[in-house]
Design a protein around this ligand. Sequence first.
Ligand code: IMP
Length: 189
Amino acid sequence: MPATAAVPDTVTCRGERFRLYLSEETIQTRIREIGEQIAADYEDVGIPILIGVLNGAFMFTADLMRAIPADSEVDFYKLSSYGEKKVSSGNVTELKDIDAKLEGRHVIVVEDIVDTGLSMKYVIDQIAARNPASLRAATLLRKPDAAKVEVEVDYVGFDIDNLFVIGYGLDYGQLARNLRAIYILDEEG
Ligand code: IMP
């Protein structure tokens, strides 16, 4: 799909139909709000470092950083993905550690989606053990009905239905990350 093409109402990915759920404008408007909120929250605290969780959060991390009208740093942590499945395996595996030293830093974990919450909890526990000065979490999406562990998230873009979503960094078997909007599995498709 060329960048200038109209955003389609439905897309097909790996033979399954998905319908438009959150438009590009809706996503970007909410990210700007969160960026302003973070700038205000950290104004008297210090320069935060965003830790994007790869691969899914690469797009949100980039847009969130640009939406914060103040200094921030960025680094990345890579966890294993769902592969070609649509449900969480329940196993979280680390594929790439964070390079930055986090001791004494103001860390914000940036996730694409909190589904079961296992990944977010894993990342928070790993980072907490490195003695940051403060630790908060941001996620673009959260599925409250899928939670298996309780995890506190300070900045939530959207609470969504408990259905598989793709686009804006989120994949289905590595595809669909390029979509500018978020699409949800069309159960009737
Ligand atoms: P959790 O550990 O179950 O909370 O899931 C975390 C990771 O699974 C996310 O960072 C995503 O990469 C992936 N994931 C969860 N739900 C979805 C979805 O609906 N679509 C695509 N990826 C998802």
